[in-house]
Design a protein around this ligand. Structure first.
Ligand code: SF4
Length: 358
C-alpha cells in the first residue's frame, strides 16, 4: 500500500520523464490557461489543441475575445461539442474585460464564480497561474486515486466526491502545486488509462491496490449508468434558386446558438407518411406549395451526454418562394460560413464529398 507521503514524490518523479509537451504548459497568463482549460473540458488534448491555437492566435487577449461577434466564436468552436462552453467563454470574457476591467481574478474562490468554471477548472487555473495549492479532481484523478488506494466508494455519489476531494487535497504538494496537478492529469491520461493501463512500467505497481488485487476493471466504481434518451430530428433541406433556409437554435435546449435546417422533430424513427400528416408539415407546406422531394438521407447519429440524436435530411426542391418562413434565407454557397451541430456538419461534408452540395 502506498502512503500519502509517498504518493506525490513518486508522481513528480514520473512526471520528470513523462510529461506531455503542450503549448500552454508552463504558461502563467491566466487568460490563456483559462482558455485552454475550457477547451479541454470533456475533450481529448489532441482534439482540443488546434482549437486552442486558433482561439489564442485570433483572440490573444481577453478583450479581443469579448469583442468578437458571437457567431464567429460559435463557428470557431464548431466540431468541439458541448457548445454551452463557447457561450460561457464569451460571456465570461465580456465579464472580465468590462466588469473586472480586464483583470483576471486571482483567488480560487473568485475564479470559481466565473461562468462555466467549476471546481476542477478553478483549481487548474489557480495552481497553473498562481501556484495556489488547490488539487484538481476529474475523471483521470478519480481513476488514479481509486486504483492506487483501492477506494470503492462510488465516484458519482456525494460521499465519493467528498472522499476523493479530501484525499486529493492531502496528496497535493503545496510547494509544487502546478507540477503536481499537471502530473496527475498526464498520469491518468497516458499511464493509468481507463481500458489498458500500462501497469508493467508503473511507479505505483508495487503498492497499487487495484493492480495487486486484480481489480483494475472494477475501479473507479460508479453507482448508476446514464440513460440516454433518443431524439429524432428530421431536417428539411430546401433548394430554391440556389438558396436555402436555416435558423438559429435560440431555445434553452441542445445546440443553443448553432444553426440548423427547418426541423420537424418526432418521437420515433423517420417515417415520411407520419410526418406528412403532422401539423408541422402543414405549417411548413401550406396548401398549394409546389415541391418535389429529391432525396432522403441515411440516418446520421450523434451521441451526447444524455441523448442520442438520430437525424434524417430530406432534400426538397420548391418552385415558389416560401414567404411564410421567418427563417434566414441564404445562398447555398455561403453555407460553410455558419456553425452547425456535428450531425449537420457530417451530412454537409458527405454531400460535398460526393460533389452534390444540393
Ligand atoms: S499499477 Fe496500473 S492500475 Fe495501478 S496506478 Fe499504475 S497503471 Fe494504474
Amino acid at each position: 500500500m502506498i502512503s500519502i507521503s509517498q504518493f506525490s514524490p513518486k508522481l513528480l518523479q514520473w512526471f520528470e520523464s513523462h510529461h506531455r509537451p503542450m503549448p500552454w504548459k508552463g504558461e502563467k497568463n491566466p487568460y490563456l490557461i483559462w482558455l485552454s482549460e475550457i477547451i479541454l473540458q470533456q475533450t481529448r488534448v489532441e482534439q482540443g489543441l488546434p482549437y486552442f491555437e486558433r482561439f489564442a492566435s485570433n483572440y490573444p487577449t481577453v478583450k479581443d475575445l469579448a469583442d468578437a461577434p458571437a457567431d464567429d466564436i460559435m463557428k470557431m468552436w464548431e466540431g468541439l461539442g458541448y457548445y454551452s462552453r463557447a457561450r460561457n467563454l464569451h460571456a465570461t470574457a465580456k465579464h472580465i474585460a468590462y466588469q473586472l476591467k480586464g483583470i483576471f481574478p486571482t483567488t480560487y474562490k473568485e475564479i470559481l464564480t466565473l461562468k462555466g468554471v467549476g471546481p476542477y477548472t478553478a483549481a487548474a487555473i489557480a495552481s497553473f497561474a498562481y501556484d495556489l495549492p488547490h488539487a484538481v479532481v476529474d475523471g483521470n484523478v478519480y481513476r488514479v486515486l481509486s486504483r492506487v488506494f483501492g477506494i470503492q466508494t462510488a465516484i458519482d455519489s456525494t460521499e465519493g466526491k467528498k472522499e476523493f476531494n479530501q484525499l486529493a487535497s492531502e496528496l497535493i504538494n503545496p510547494q509544487r502545486a502546478a507540477d503536481y496537478n499537471q502530473a496527475i492529469m498526464d498520469f491518468g491520461a497516458t499511464q493509468c488509462t481507463p481500458k489498458s493501463p500500462n501497469c508493467a512500467i508503473c511507479p505505483f505497481k508495487k503498492g497499487c491496490i487495484a493492480f495487486n488485487e486484480k481489480r483494475i476493471n472494477e475501479l473507479p466504481f460508479k453507482s448508476k449508468k446514464i440513460k440516454k434518451t433518443e431524439r429524432f430530428l428530421n431536417y428539411f433541406v430546401f433548394n430554391f434558386n440556389n438558396e436555402t433556409w436555416i435558423s438559429k437554435r435560440t431555445e434553452k435546449d441542445i445546440w443553443q446558438n448553432l444553426y440548423e435546417f427547418p426541423l420537424i422533430e418526432t418521437t420515433k424513427t423517420f417515417d415520411l407518411i407520419d410526418i406528412q400528416s403532422s401539423e408541422k408539415w402543414f405549417e411548413m407546406f401550406p396548401k398549394g406549395t409546389k415541391f418535389t422531394i429529391s432525396k432522403i438521407s441515411k440516418p446520421y447519429k450523434q451521441v451526447l451526454t444524455h441523448r442520442k440524436i438520430i437525424a434524417t435530411f430530406v432534400e426538397i426542391t420548391i418552385y415558389d418562394e416560401l414567404n411564410h418562413f421567418v427563417l434566414k434565407k441564404i445562398p447555398k454557397k455561403d453555407i460553410q460560413e455558419y456553425a452547425f451541430p456535428k450531425v449537420i456538419s457530417q451530412y454537409l461534408q458527405d454531400k460535398s464529398l460526393y460533389l452534390e452540395l444540393f
